[in-house]
Design a protein around this ligand. Structure first.
Ligand code: ATP
Length: 506
């Protein structure tokens, strides 16, 4: 079997070949960590976004949406802490000239230790068979205990140094662990330096005294600064939420993983305002709700897991990530954070405006606490794409690549294919197409042999191919071919829409 890195490469190549994702400005050799979505990519992306919007805004009567500007008053980013603290510690390898996030180098080392533990466990599970007690094994096996102890010690040093902005401490840790550059293999490192991730630009012409502003690094602050506007104009009552999707920009140091880590990307965020003291209850609620949404798309549960944070930001009192099993391993897809009253308090202080809610039941005003759900649209796209990519060997010995995209997210829902380009079949197929396209994204294709057309639709993940043949002209039936099973059925033309609708709900 191909290893995961090979699969990742294949997914990236497939995404380009079939119009899902292109490198930005490719004819000029591209722009690093910036990507464009192609004709099928944009459909898939919109479908994911729609599904999120429906689940959050349409299905929750107490959540409303906004669409706020990318540019914001510069003081917003002072209040949010981004000017002073939205930075990563970076380190360069002097031989390869590659730049890394210093904390990520250490975290990769920790992931290797975890891999070693898992290996011991699976070896033992094989050895002991049915009588294997995993819990007992990982709490008593000396080798596992050794790895665990080492892990804890490294975490303590890393997080301690990060909290104290102790760059020398991080560098010493990298040296002590003898971490080498994956490219050059050398341990010839520069010092660790702080690197702010916000992009800055100028607003106004220079003659009128331009000032520096930032491209927003997250969409959440647009929600916080509109808290009062939405609460008042929407007559919102705590608990309530504000949601938005939109672009965010970060000058990422490590940007080598396709659309997993981009410099321009899209977030889907929701801030839920609650009574102080009730935030942990809502945190649990949103953990569960968000996982349900992921599972509702039809990707099996074993591909997701929660990862509770060991290290909480100073303003948070609970935080977890939903991680997905990407070909590059389990990685963060979404963050759910209980952020207390940190953001609203900070904006209250910097703006001098009262950002409070009068709670009629308690007969008092307070700054609401916030539980946030924050998911990357592009990362979700990558999750769907990499899960769906399937290479199959068929019974007749041939091979096919099929994108098993959950039907509700598929870019094209049905392809309408006349068997041959004559005898009135194209006309009949067009008739079906013209009707169906009012409700579903469809594609008409009459070029090449039917088998090749099926393969093309498999490659973009179209759940249904509808073929018009000689019999169609006689009795108004078509064959409908299902993507995953490749089974074909004959059905009357008027049932096509129903069959598709049923599958999209399943
Ligand atoms: P990471 O630790 O991977 O840098 P983060 O913890 O900084 O992510 P958040 O600030 O919590 O991420 O952002 C919320 C979500 O936005 C993430 O879960 C991720 O899906 C997405 N996201 C963040 N940075 C990027 C990026 N550079 N490219 C694509 N998606 C991103």
């Amino acid at each position: 079997m191909a290893n995961n890195e090979d699969i990742f490469k294949k997914v990236i190549a497939h995404a380009k070949e079939y119009g899902f994702v292109f490198q930005s400005s490719e004819i000029y050799d591209g722009l690093s960590a910036v990507y464009d979505y192609g004709q099928y990519g944009v459909e898939l992306k919109n479908n994911i976004k729609d599904s999120w919007w429906k689940a959050m805004v349409q299905h929750h009567e107490n959540i409303v949406g906004v669409d706020t500007a990318i540019f914001m008053h510069p003081t917003v980013w002072k209040a949010s802490g981004h000017v002073d603290a939205f930075s990563d510690p970076m380190i360069d390898n002097k031989d390869s000239k590659k730049r890394y996030r210093a904390d990520v180098l250490v975290e990769d080392y920790l992931a290797k230790l975890e891999g070693k533990i898992n290996k011991e466990v699976s070896k033992a599970a094989k050895r002991f068979g049915d009588s294997f007690d995993k819990q007992q094994f990982i709490t008593t096996n000396p080798r596992v205990l050794g790895y665990k102890e080492k892990t804890e010690e490294i975490k303590k040093r890393l997080y301690g140094a990060m909290d104290a902005n102790d760059f020398e401490g991080i560098k010493t840790l990298i040296e002590d662990l003898e971490i080498a550059c994956p490219v050059s293999g050398s341990r010839n490192w520069t010092d660790v330096r702080q690197f702010n991730l916000m992009f800055a630009t100028q607003i106004g012409s220079l003659s009128e005294g331009a000032s520096e502003i930032y491209l927003r690094p997250e969409t959440a602050q647009g929600i916080f600064v509109n808290f009062l506007n939405v609460m008042k104009s929407g007559r919102m009552k705590v608990p309530f939420g504000i949601a938005q999707t939109g672009k965010a920009f970060r000058n990422e140091i490590v940007a080598r993983q396709f659309i997993f880590r981009m410099r321009e990307f899209e977030q889907m965020e929701m801030q839920f305002f609650v009574r102080p003291g009730e935030e942990l209850k809502w945190f649990e609620y949103w953990k569960e709700e968000r996982m349900k949404w992921h599972l509702s798309m039809g990707i099996p549960a074993e591909n997701y897991r929660f990862h509770d944070h060991d290290k909480l930001a100073h303003y948070a009192n609970a935080a977890t990530d939903i991680e997905f099993n990407f070909p590059i391993g389990f990685k963060e897809l979404e963050g759910i954070h209980s952020r207390t009253d940190f953001d609203l308090n900070a904006h209250q202080e910097y703006s001098g405006k009262k950002l409070q809610y009068f709670d009629p039941e308690l007969d008092k005003s307070y700054v609401p606490y916030v539980v946030e759900t924050s998911i990357g649209l592009d990362r979700t796209f990558l999750a769907v794409l990499s899960y769906s990519f399937t290479e199959e060997k068929l019974e007749d010995g041939s091979e096919r690549v099929v994108m098993k995209i959950p039907p509700v997210l598929a870019p094209i829902k049905a392809a309408i294919l006349p068997l041959v380009r004559k005898d009135g079949m194209p006309e009949k197929a067009r008739e079906i197409m013209d009707k169906l396209k009012m409700d579903y994204m469809c594609q008409y294709d009459e070029k090449d042999a039917i088998g090749r057309r099926y393969r093309r639709q498999d490659a973009i993940g179209t759940p249904y191919c509808i073929t018009v043949d000689h019999q169609t002209l006689e009795d108004n039936t078509v064959t409908i071919r299902e993507r995953d099973s490749m089974k074909q059925e004959r059905i009357p033309i008027e049932e096509i829409a129903q069959v598709i609708a049923k599958r999209l709900k399943a």
